[in-house]
Write a protein that binds this ligand. Structure first.
Ligand SMILES: Cc1cc2nc3c(=O)[nH]c(=O)nc-3n(C[C@H](O)[C@H](O)[C@H](O)COP(=O)(O)O)c2cc1C
Length: 193
Protein backbone atom coordinates (compact mmCIF):
# COMPACT_ATOMS: atom_id res chain seq x y z
CA UNK A 1 0.00 0.00 0.00
CA UNK A 2 2.78 2.41 0.89
CA UNK A 3 4.47 1.83 -2.45
CA UNK A 4 1.17 2.39 -4.25
CA UNK A 5 0.48 5.55 -2.24
CA UNK A 6 3.92 6.87 -3.17
CA UNK A 7 3.24 6.10 -6.82
CA UNK A 8 -0.05 8.00 -6.69
CA UNK A 9 1.56 10.93 -4.85
CA UNK A 10 4.44 11.11 -7.31
CA UNK A 11 2.01 11.07 -10.22
CA UNK A 12 1.69 14.83 -10.52
CA UNK A 13 0.73 16.44 -13.80
CA UNK A 14 4.04 17.10 -15.52
CA UNK A 15 4.38 19.73 -18.23
CA UNK A 16 8.14 19.92 -18.83
CA UNK A 17 10.07 17.03 -20.32
CA UNK A 18 13.52 16.00 -21.50
CA UNK A 19 13.10 16.35 -25.24
CA UNK A 20 16.22 14.25 -25.93
CA UNK A 21 14.51 11.20 -24.44
CA UNK A 22 12.73 9.27 -27.17
CA UNK A 23 9.53 7.46 -26.29
CA UNK A 24 8.74 4.42 -28.42
CA UNK A 25 5.59 2.87 -29.81
CA UNK A 26 6.01 -0.22 -27.65
CA UNK A 27 5.91 1.78 -24.40
CA UNK A 28 2.82 3.69 -25.48
CA UNK A 29 1.19 0.44 -26.61
CA UNK A 30 1.89 -1.08 -23.18
CA UNK A 31 0.16 1.89 -21.55
CA UNK A 32 -2.90 1.43 -23.75
CA UNK A 33 -2.87 -2.23 -22.80
CA UNK A 34 -3.26 -1.14 -19.15
CA UNK A 35 -6.31 0.90 -20.16
CA UNK A 36 -7.72 -2.20 -21.82
CA UNK A 37 -8.00 -3.86 -18.40
CA UNK A 38 -9.88 -1.00 -16.72
CA UNK A 39 -13.54 -0.71 -15.76
CA UNK A 40 -16.01 0.41 -18.41
CA UNK A 41 -19.68 1.38 -17.99
CA UNK A 42 -21.82 -1.58 -19.12
CA UNK A 43 -18.48 -3.02 -20.24
CA UNK A 44 -19.06 -1.31 -23.57
CA UNK A 45 -15.35 -0.47 -23.97
CA UNK A 46 -16.04 2.35 -26.42
CA UNK A 47 -12.62 3.98 -26.16
CA UNK A 48 -10.10 3.97 -29.01
CA UNK A 49 -6.61 5.40 -28.99
CA UNK A 50 -4.12 7.14 -31.23
CA UNK A 51 -0.53 6.95 -30.07
CA UNK A 52 2.25 9.17 -31.32
CA UNK A 53 5.96 9.35 -30.70
CA UNK A 54 6.96 10.78 -34.07
CA UNK A 55 8.26 14.34 -34.05
CA UNK A 56 6.01 15.40 -36.90
CA UNK A 57 2.77 14.09 -35.35
CA UNK A 58 3.82 15.27 -31.89
CA UNK A 59 4.15 18.84 -33.17
CA UNK A 60 0.65 18.69 -34.61
CA UNK A 61 -0.84 17.46 -31.33
CA UNK A 62 1.16 19.99 -29.30
CA UNK A 63 -0.29 22.85 -31.38
CA UNK A 64 -3.82 21.86 -30.26
CA UNK A 65 -3.27 21.94 -26.49
CA UNK A 66 -3.70 24.67 -23.87
CA UNK A 67 -1.15 24.45 -21.08
CA UNK A 68 -1.52 25.24 -17.39
CA UNK A 69 -4.22 27.91 -17.37
CA UNK A 70 -3.22 29.10 -13.87
CA UNK A 71 0.34 29.87 -14.99
CA UNK A 72 -0.58 33.07 -16.78
CA UNK A 73 2.97 34.02 -17.77
CA UNK A 74 3.78 30.60 -19.21
CA UNK A 75 2.56 29.62 -22.64
CA UNK A 76 3.69 26.00 -22.46
CA UNK A 77 6.98 24.13 -22.69
CA UNK A 78 9.84 25.40 -24.86
CA UNK A 79 10.87 23.12 -27.77
CA UNK A 80 13.57 21.43 -25.64
CA UNK A 81 11.03 20.56 -22.95
CA UNK A 82 8.07 19.38 -24.98
CA UNK A 83 6.46 15.94 -24.61
CA UNK A 84 7.97 13.15 -26.69
CA UNK A 85 4.80 11.10 -26.87
CA UNK A 86 1.03 11.40 -26.79
CA UNK A 87 -1.99 9.20 -26.33
CA UNK A 88 -5.22 10.61 -27.74
CA UNK A 89 -8.29 9.03 -26.12
CA UNK A 90 -11.28 8.80 -28.42
CA UNK A 91 -14.88 7.73 -27.88
CA UNK A 92 -16.24 5.56 -30.66
CA UNK A 93 -19.87 6.62 -31.21
CA UNK A 94 -20.56 3.48 -33.26
CA UNK A 95 -20.22 1.61 -29.94
CA UNK A 96 -21.84 4.08 -27.52
CA UNK A 97 -22.92 7.70 -27.28
CA UNK A 98 -22.19 7.87 -23.58
CA UNK A 99 -18.64 7.37 -22.40
CA UNK A 100 -19.45 8.00 -18.72
CA UNK A 101 -16.12 8.38 -16.92
CA UNK A 102 -14.35 5.60 -18.86
CA UNK A 103 -11.81 8.02 -20.32
CA UNK A 104 -10.88 9.39 -16.88
CA UNK A 105 -10.31 5.90 -15.54
CA UNK A 106 -8.26 4.97 -18.60
CA UNK A 107 -6.24 8.18 -18.46
CA UNK A 108 -5.34 7.85 -14.78
CA UNK A 109 -4.40 4.20 -15.22
CA UNK A 110 -2.09 5.01 -18.13
CA UNK A 111 -0.51 7.90 -16.23
CA UNK A 112 0.15 5.66 -13.23
CA UNK A 113 1.65 3.08 -15.58
CA UNK A 114 3.85 5.76 -17.09
CA UNK A 115 4.94 6.94 -13.65
CA UNK A 116 5.80 3.37 -12.63
CA UNK A 117 8.17 3.33 -15.63
CA UNK A 118 9.91 6.56 -14.54
CA UNK A 119 7.95 8.63 -17.05
CA UNK A 120 5.39 11.35 -16.35
CA UNK A 121 2.59 13.12 -18.12
CA UNK A 122 -0.43 15.34 -18.07
CA UNK A 123 -3.98 14.87 -19.26
CA UNK A 124 -5.57 17.58 -21.38
CA UNK A 125 -9.21 18.49 -21.87
CA UNK A 126 -8.41 22.00 -23.12
CA UNK A 127 -7.97 20.88 -26.71
CA UNK A 128 -8.70 22.58 -30.01
CA UNK A 129 -10.77 19.58 -31.05
CA UNK A 130 -11.65 20.75 -34.54
CA UNK A 131 -8.00 21.40 -35.35
CA UNK A 132 -6.84 18.12 -33.82
CA UNK A 133 -9.42 16.11 -35.76
CA UNK A 134 -8.35 17.77 -38.99
CA UNK A 135 -4.61 17.47 -38.40
CA UNK A 136 -4.80 13.79 -37.40
CA UNK A 137 -7.59 12.84 -39.81
CA UNK A 138 -9.86 11.61 -37.01
CA UNK A 139 -13.18 10.33 -38.36
CA UNK A 140 -16.56 11.88 -37.58
CA UNK A 141 -17.67 8.84 -35.57
CA UNK A 142 -14.89 9.46 -33.04
CA UNK A 143 -15.14 11.99 -30.18
CA UNK A 144 -11.91 13.39 -28.77
CA UNK A 145 -12.20 12.85 -25.00
CA UNK A 146 -8.70 13.55 -23.63
CA UNK A 147 -5.10 13.88 -24.75
CA UNK A 148 -2.28 12.59 -22.58
CA UNK A 149 1.14 14.17 -23.05
CA UNK A 150 4.05 12.00 -21.94
CA UNK A 151 7.81 11.99 -21.59
CA UNK A 152 10.75 11.89 -19.24
CA UNK A 153 10.08 14.52 -16.58
CA UNK A 154 12.40 17.44 -15.88
CA UNK A 155 9.84 19.21 -13.70
CA UNK A 156 9.88 18.94 -9.93
CA UNK A 157 6.50 19.03 -8.25
CA UNK A 158 5.22 18.90 -4.69
CA UNK A 159 1.89 18.74 -2.90
CA UNK A 160 0.86 21.48 -0.45
CA UNK A 161 -2.06 20.99 1.92
CA UNK A 162 -4.70 23.66 1.52
CA UNK A 163 -7.37 24.66 4.05
CA UNK A 164 -11.06 24.96 3.21
CA UNK A 165 -11.55 28.18 1.29
CA UNK A 166 -7.83 28.34 0.51
CA UNK A 167 -6.28 28.93 -2.91
CA UNK A 168 -6.31 25.75 -5.00
CA UNK A 169 -4.40 27.29 -7.92
CA UNK A 170 -1.10 25.56 -8.63
CA UNK A 171 1.97 27.76 -8.96
CA UNK A 172 5.72 27.67 -9.55
CA UNK A 173 8.12 28.96 -6.94
CA UNK A 174 11.40 30.81 -7.54
CA UNK A 175 13.20 27.48 -8.06
CA UNK A 176 10.66 26.46 -10.70
CA UNK A 177 9.22 23.79 -8.40
CA UNK A 178 5.57 23.23 -9.31
CA UNK A 179 3.30 23.37 -6.22
CA UNK A 180 -0.05 21.57 -6.27
CA UNK A 181 -2.45 22.50 -3.44
CA UNK A 182 -4.59 19.58 -2.29
CA UNK A 183 -7.50 19.78 0.10
CA UNK A 184 -6.97 18.08 3.45
CA UNK A 185 -8.28 14.56 4.03
CA UNK A 186 -10.49 15.71 6.91
CA UNK A 187 -12.20 18.16 4.56
CA UNK A 188 -12.98 15.44 2.02
CA UNK A 189 -14.62 12.78 4.18
CA UNK A 190 -17.99 14.17 5.17
CA UNK A 191 -19.10 11.23 7.30
CA UNK A 192 -17.19 8.29 8.68
CA UNK A 193 -19.54 5.87 10.35
C1 LIG B 1 -10.06 16.08 -16.79
C2 LIG B 1 -8.77 16.87 -16.68
C3 LIG B 1 -8.46 17.78 -17.67
C4 LIG B 1 -7.27 18.51 -17.59
N1 LIG B 1 -6.95 19.37 -18.61
C5 LIG B 1 -5.78 20.05 -18.57
C6 LIG B 1 -5.42 20.91 -19.63
O1 LIG B 1 -6.15 21.06 -20.61
N2 LIG B 1 -4.24 21.57 -19.56
C7 LIG B 1 -3.39 21.40 -18.50
O2 LIG B 1 -2.33 22.01 -18.50
N3 LIG B 1 -3.71 20.57 -17.46
C8 LIG B 1 -4.87 19.91 -17.48
N4 LIG B 1 -5.21 19.05 -16.44
C9 LIG B 1 -4.28 18.87 -15.33
C10 LIG B 1 -4.78 19.61 -14.07
O3 LIG B 1 -4.45 20.96 -14.18
C11 LIG B 1 -4.09 18.97 -12.85
O4 LIG B 1 -4.59 17.67 -12.67
C12 LIG B 1 -4.31 19.81 -11.58
O5 LIG B 1 -3.65 21.03 -11.68
C13 LIG B 1 -3.81 19.09 -10.34
O6 LIG B 1 -2.46 18.73 -10.49
P1 LIG B 1 -2.03 17.23 -10.32
O7 LIG B 1 -2.53 16.47 -11.53
O8 LIG B 1 -0.55 17.26 -10.24
O9 LIG B 1 -2.69 16.71 -9.08
C14 LIG B 1 -6.38 18.33 -16.50
C15 LIG B 1 -6.72 17.39 -15.51
C16 LIG B 1 -7.90 16.67 -15.59
C17 LIG B 1 -8.23 15.66 -14.51
Amino acid sequence: MDAFKELVKSNRSCRRFDNTFALDTQTLTELVELARYTASAANNQPLKYIISCSREQNEKIFSCLTWAAYLKEWKGPEPGEQPTGYIVILGDTTISNNFWCDHGIAAQTMLLGARARGLAGCMFAAINIKKLKTLLGIGDHLEVKLVIALGKPVEQACIDDVDEGGDIRYFRDENQVHHVPKRKLEDLILNAW
